[in-house]
Write a protein that binds this ligand. Structure first.
Ligand SMILES: C[S@@+](CC[C@H](N)C(=O)[O-])C[C@H]1O[C@@H](n2cnc3c(N)ncnc32)[C@H](O)[C@@H]1O
Ligand SMILES: Nc1nc2[nH]cc(C(=O)O)c2c(=O)[nH]1
Ligand code: SF4
Ligand SMILES: [Mg+2]
Length: 230
């Protein structure tokens, strides 16, 4: 028997490895960002990210986490009784099986949003999912990772988000907005990097240039000062 593993005949079959994801946290909160802002939402935060935006507020999701079966994630999501689910990270699309989770959440009838960096291909994301896709301006340190071909996979219910740390980032975002004709693709959000740009200043820049973009601040940070668990 040496070298082989004995599995009792009555053991519950383990879920195939293909159906597991590494998860940092699942929690119930008020959606603090993007078009679904304000809705009670269950957040599923996947572990790991191949980017290192200098101002990232979620560095604790880069490492660690626990493996969960996708069906167990669905059960935990259901236990919170919310209609909205946000799949975020880290970078959720860095785990290929995230696509399965997204499809199953849509099949279960949730309003599903996906927060993604804009650096990974979004082509295979279920079209029922509302993608919230960042384009990283230069001060993030990760501009070179923007995958511009992703713009061709955006649907009218998706959103492009620029998280802006400086006047130079604002000008870069304004120019990208024009060059890629984002106005005709989907909603565009401009948001200040928490603590780097005065929100009022960014608001005034948007108004001065008459940009048809949606100003946004992270509501959860106003409500809870970014306390863990929200
Ligand atoms: C933590 S990321 C996770 C999803 C994905 N990796 C991404 O970058 O979109 C979720 C959102 O939080 C934003 N974010 C992260 N740190 C921030 C900060 N310090 N101020 C404002 N927004 C921030 C990101 O730009 C992104 O839109
Ligand atoms: N309440 C709340 N809303 C959020 N929207 C996006 C979040 C994130 O960290 O990705 C987030 C978060 O962490 N908390
Ligand atoms: S891509 Fe998202 S999770 Fe990764 S470092 Fe940037 S903001 Fe943080
Ligand atoms: Mg966050």
């Amino acid at each position: 028997m040496s070298g082989s593993t004995v599995i009792p005949a009555d053991a519950a079959p383990a879920a195939p490895v293909a159906e597991r994801l590494r998860i940092t946290e699942i929690f119930h909160s008020i959606q603090g960002e993007a078009d679904a802002i304000g809705w009670p939402t269950v957040f599923v935060r996947l572990t790991g990210c191949p980017l290192r935006c200098v101002w990232c507020d979620t560095e604790y999701s880069f490492h660690g986490g626990q493996w969960h079966d996708i069906d167990a994630i669905l059960a935990e999501v259901a236990s919170h009784g919310a209609r909205h689910v946000c799949v975020t990270g880290g970078e959720p699309l860095a785990q290929k099986r995230c696509l399965i989770l997204l499809r199953k959440l849509c099949d279960a009838g949730y309003e599903v949003s996906l927060e993604t960096s804009g650096a990974l291909d979004v082509a295979a994301v279920d079209p029922r999912v509302r993608k919230v896709m960042d384009l990283k301006p230069p001060d993030s340190g990760e501009s070179a990772r923007n995958l511009w071909s992703n713009l061709d996979h955006l649907l009218p219910h998706d959103q492009v988000k620029f998280v802006i740390a400086s006047r130079a980032d604002f000008e870069w975002s304004r120019d990208a907005f024009a060059e890629h004709r984002l106005v005709s693709r989907c909603m565009v959000l401009f948001s200040p990097v928490h603590g780097k740009v005065e929100p009022r200043e960014l608001a005034e820049w948007i108004l001065a240039e008459r940009l048809p973009v949606r100003f946004q601040m992270q509501l959860h940070k106003l409500l809870w000062n970014d306390a863990a668990g929200h």
